[in-house]
Design a protein around this ligand. Structure first.
Ligand code: HEC
Length: 175
């Protein structure tokens, strides 16, 4: 008899749990469809809310200059990969040093740009230039390295450069 009561209680609690769960599920569905609707009606707002990058305001001319630099960075990266694919390590090193490395600072007007950047952004920029110069060294070493080591050595060094691209892009925007 007692066992029957306990069993009844257990069933009741279980059923209540199900009912509660179903209600919770329904709430979740309502919330989800609400979010869906607000995303549809305000896509831009949704995108802006998801964009946590810090806005760095630059004078218009400098903004142009920076974006032009950026396009050159990507072209340089492309040319480096092309050279690596053809095992022209010296060529890859030269492009990296001249267009992305420490030797590229004056070409990119770094002295003019730096004071307009927050400290963190400047630090990532400096790290990118350093990494590019390190890559240039790695590529020159790869020229005389055993063939089996060439890819790993150069790819890892180049990835240190692209890591700086990624770090800055995910933290800052200028528009
Ligand atoms: C110190 C910060 C920083 C570093 C390092 C950096 N970028 Fe950028 N890049 C930016 C910012 C800021 C923008 C503009 C984003 C925005 O507001 O739209 C940008 C934009 C760009 C653009 C778009 C240009 C255009 O005309 O719209 C390209 C392409 C680009 N970066 C490539 C690169 C590549 C490739 C690297 C690495 C080799 C790199 N960037 C490294 C900060 C950086």
């Amino acid at each position: 008899m007692r066992r029957a009561i306990w069993f009844g209680l257990l069933v009741a609690v279980t059923l209540m749990g199900h009912a509660w769960g179903a209600a919770g599920g329904e709430n979740a569905r309502v919330a989800a469809s609400h979010m869906d609707a607000s995303n549809r009606s305000g896509h831009a707002r949704g995108a802006a809310a998801a964009d946590a990058r810090i806005l760095v305001s630059l004078p218009p001319m400098m903004q142009e200059h920076m974006l032009a630099n950026m396009r050159d960075h990507l072209e340089a990266l492309n040319a480096i990969l092309e050279a690596l694919g053809m095992r022209k390590f010296g060529e890859a090193a030269r492009i990296a040093e001249e267009r992305l490395g420490m030797s590229s600072l004056s070409r990119h007007g770094a002295r003019m740009m730096a004071p307009h950047m927050p400290e963190g952004m400047r630090a990532i920029g400096t790290e990118m230039h350093r990494a590019a110069s390190r890559f240039a060294l790695a590529a020159r070493n790869a020229e005389v390295a055993p063939v089996g080591d060439q890819l790993a050595k150069t790819a890892t060094a180049l990835q240190a450069v692209t890591s700086a691209c990624v770090a800055c892009h995910s933290a800052y925007r200028i528009r």
